[in-house]
Design a protein around this ligand. Structure first.
Ligand code: NAD
Ligand code: ZN
Length: 366
């Protein structure tokens, strides 16, 4: 079992990572939540069908009264209307200030469940039990909650840190392969940002073997969680340092919006974004060719990736409109070497265009 502390104010919390943890989740929660009784588990049908019984049995045998609340599956349901529906259900089921919301699913459930917990009766306790790679290595840590508006993703949200994050890599066994791979890119991102050893392991990974190797999965998830925990602990609300986590996300987001979130899974768009950022870093002479080549090969090695068929001009326009853009200046997180990135705000437009052209070419040839 690996425990990682996320040191935020006023109350630090832990992520507990262990294969088979779901079956023991009741015991852990009893320790953390004390004598409280009422738990409300927010989830989606695919997760309930595969893992719902195991979780509910564990909670019940630890003496909790646990009730399930379902939301519809998928990103289109990550909207305020869903939070309102779930709130009505909570209220009808008798949830009070002492109740605890458990977000049990991928990043969508984590974001919706988190927002629900932060708003219901002005805030109740939240527990994250993430069930996708993306949610286990990234989304469940750090306390960001949110829903989409028609005008853009994640535009409505809060910070609401969970009491604990329970991560059981065993639940990933039922995850579709494409989803599994897509999540790994966020882990590879952590490697490039600040963990060369994690990078090296992912560089040589056989996906099929990783899926079957509980110890390797635990390690990979724990190292990613540690990196995010370190960054979040020192910069809870994304003042400066937290922005290094956006490596690959500047162009990644633009690709997602340009293709209306239909072509790429989030991690896949980030994968192309990491390649683009690495190319930009090469063009502006921030990284040497060999290291850049290693990053690009590592990304491609976790593929296949959907092809990039977008106009560079359109991507540039999207970059200007991004909510993370400040005063019209686009900030890029660029790698200096494997394990070190920096925020750069004076990237010339032609370097971006050149990198995007190369991206298209690479995707055509892959
Ligand atoms: N809050 C944050 O800091 C943060 C960070 C990154 C991403 N996110 C958000 O996370 C969301 C994406 O999350 P995601 O990639 O987990 O997508 P998701 O939640 O939609 O899950 C992907 C699919 O996998 C299914 N699934 C989940 N667990 C499963 C399991 N164990 N077995 C079989 N199927 C399973 C889901 O039902 C869904 O169909 C986005 O909305 C993104 O904005 C949030
Ligand atoms: Zn991401």
């Amino acid at each position: 079992m690996i425990r990682v502390t996320i040191s935020v104010t006023p109350r630090p919390y832990q992520a507990i990572i262990e294969s088979g943890l779901l079956q023991r989740s009741g015991t852990h929660l009893r320790e953390i939540l004390g004598q409280r009784k009422q738990l409300f588990v927010v989830t989606v049908p695919p997760v309930r069908r595969k893992w719902g019984k195991m979780l509910m049995a564990s909670l019940t045998s630890a003496g909790f009264t646990a009730k399930l609340l379902e939301m519809k599956d998928g990103e289109p349901h990550k909207k305020l209307a869903t939070v309102e529906e779930l709130s009505e259900k909570l209220s009808r089921m008798g949830a009070d200030r002492e109740s605890v919301v458990i977000a049990f699913g991928g990043g969508v459930v984590g974001d919706v469940g988190g927002l629900l917990a932060s708003l219901y009766m002005r805030g109740v306790d939240l527990v994250q039990i993430p069930t996708t790679v993306l949610a286990q290595v990234d989304a469940s840590i750090g306390g960001k909650t949110g829903v989409n508006l028609r005008t853009g993703k994640n535009l409505l949200g809060t910070f609401h840190q969970p009491r604990v994050v329970l991560i059981d890599p065993a639940v990933l066994s039922t995850l579709p392969e494409r989803e599994f791979r897509a999540g790994l890119f966020e882990s590879l991102k952590c490697g490039v940002i600040g963990n060369p050893e994690l990078f090296r392991r992912l560089q040589n990974v056989q996906i099929k073997e990783l899926r079957e190797n509980a110890a390797a999965l635990e390690w990979m998830i724990a190292e990613s969680v540690k990196l995010k925990a370190d960054v979040v602990s020192s910069d809870e609300r994304e003042g400066g340092l937290r922005r290094v986590l956006n490596f690959g996300h500047t162009i990644g987001h633009a690709l997602e919006t340009e293709t209306r979130y239909r072509r790429f899974l989030h991690g896949e768009a980030v994968a192309w974004g990491m390649i683009a950022a690495t190319r930009i870093a090469t063009i502006v002479n921030r990284i040497d060719q060999a290291a850049a080549g290693q990053i690009i090969d590592a990304v491609m090695g976790l593929g296949p990736l959907p092809k990039v068929e977008v106009r560079s001009r359109n991507i540039l326009r999207r970059l200007q409109a991004d909510k993370k853009t400040r005063d019209g200046v686009v900030h890029f997180v660029l790698p200096d070497r494997i394990g070190k990135v920096e925020i750069v705000n004076n990237v010339p437009e032609n370097a971006v265009i050149q990198a995007l052209d190369e991206l298209r070419q690479l995707s055509r040839n892959s």
